[in-house]
Design a protein around this ligand. Sequence first.
Ligand SMILES: [Mg+2]
Length: 276
Amino acid sequence: MTCSTPSKKYLEILSRKSVRLSKPTPKLIVLDLNSTLLHRSKKKRTRGTLRPYLKEFLQYLFDSTEGTSENFDFSVMVWSSARPQTVDALVDKAFGRYRSRLVAIWSRKKFGLNEHAYHRKVSVIKDLETVWDELNRHHNNHDGSSSESLNDGIYTSITFSPSTTPRSVPSTNNIIEMLPQAIDLDTINNTSSHIWDQTNTILIDDSPSKAVLQPYNAIHLLPFDSPRRQLAKDKELLNIIKYLEFLKYQDNISAYMKEHAYVSTEFNQEIAEKMN
Ligand SMILES: [Mg+2]
């Protein structure tokens, strides 16, 4: 790993105060899988327990503005440090019919690890510059009019989408099964015309260490781990919906989140109890 502090450019844009807009603007949501949306089984890595309120969370991300006059969209992608085959299975489990609405599905292959590190438990950083480079380049090269690889080697299904908005795309009709050797899944469902950057991107990941390069673009929710799985009261995904309701109006996500970081309400309560 070369550098693990935010770039000068990041800090410069971070210093520009966010303005609350009268209407929401499109935002890119980068979702982690394990301990964020589900708890992955230790024995069978491709199995997992879904986090409470995941259904509501996905409905919010994908359907909340459907049929409304709000000119607003979340573009949603997955980036997990698990291997492609695991990611593929977990995305199926977590997203179901929403899978085809993801703008990209990224796995361990996108960390630029060498062969040795790829197969070992090493710490990784989700550098959002990689996301921005690739998604924006895709848009510039193709003007949103053709299928192009935005996925990284997940091979179960491949989706060809028309250049219409994802809302009009049937979620299952255009999936073609591919053989495992047909690496580089080509899925692009959202032909967004937006340039993604730190002003409009939100990483949702339970691990702060993965977000050190763009620390103020990340929501760190409480990990949905083994002990937490036993708790019926886990409401992190509902809490995040409430937080996103504020974020969607902001014109500089990084600056806003620096000033108003996401804090679990449950965590607030713990702090309050200690203070009393
Ligand atoms: Mg995680």
